[in-house]
Design a protein around this ligand. Structure first.
Ligand code: C5P
Length: 232
């Protein structure tokens, strides 16, 4: 399972996103649709990209009471996405309810991935705003273990944490890692980055790559470079 490059299609609208995907012609990269595009373009954008033959990671990070998350996951499952996610902070009960909602009548379901602590949350904010006093690395691993206990398939984490997540939660527990940059590329606003090749070595299962591909002069060549470094 895994070892694929997922392109973060962080576009403001449907036309921009489809025009970008048109550039790939025969190739069908795995696509991440986030909140911005989903809220702007609605479920139709998912149906359209699926109909073109792409796999979809729908990155909506659900977090609500278990019943609401269960019902919402059931809707996302009917959209036939391949992967979706939620916040592990919603508790084990919420994650179990999500899995239940996501599972179709025939027993199949999209992969379900947990977000642990967002990378925008640092130790100070976690202690002061959330009153969580433990070291952030311990909190991240605890949330990852909770996700594994609930039966989820993996977590979103920094490539730097992928090895530790596998040690804690098992080799088959998936690590989906953003924060990927080419060795000769712009880091932008990402703080802790790795190249696709390093992410492969450290054991990431999927890398999520946005601007190094979407903002490249030749996005198809940039995508192929990612695949070559990470998958081949
Ligand atoms: O453009 P870039 O490669 O930085 O895009 C990374 C993608 O991964 C974006 O969609 C971003 O929202 C997402 N992401 C992230 N860091 C996280 C979780 C998600 O960069 N911790």
């Amino acid at each position: 399972m895994g070892k694929d490059v997922i392109i973060a299609c962080d576009f403001a609208g449907k036309n921009e996103c489809l025009a970008f995907l048109d550039k790939f012609e025969g190739r069908k990269p795995y696509v991440k649709i986030g909140m911005e595009l989903f809220y702007a373009a609605g479920p139709e954008i998912v149906r359209e990209i699926k109909a073109r033959g792409h796999k979809i990671f729908l990155d909506l990070k659900l977090h609500d009471i278990p019943n609401t998350v269960k019902k919402s996951m059931s809707v996302l499952s009917n959209l036939d996405v391949d992967m979706t996610n939620l916040h592990a902070a919603g508790t084990i009960s919420m994650m179990e309810a999500a899995l239940d909602g996501l599972t179709r009548e025939d027993g199949t379901r999209p992969l379900l991935i947990a977000v642990t602590q967002l990378t925008s949350t640092d130790q100070e904010r976690m202690e002061n705003d959330l009153l969580i006093k433990e070291p952030i690395d311990k909190v991240v691993m605890h949330y990852a273990s909770n996700a594994a206990k609930a039966g989820l398939d993996g977590v979103v984490c920094s490539p730097l944490e992928a090895g530790k997540v596998h040690n804690t939660c098992g080799a088959n527990f998936l690590t989906i890692t953003p924060g990927v940059r080419f060795a000769d590329g712009d880091v932008g606003d990402q703080k802790r980055v790795m190249t696709p090749e390093q992410a492969k070595k450290i054991g990431s299962d999927y890398i999520v790559v946005g601007r190094p591909i979407t903002a490249a002069a030749d996005p198809v060549a940039a995508y192929e470079r990612c695949v070559k470094e990470f998958v081949d």
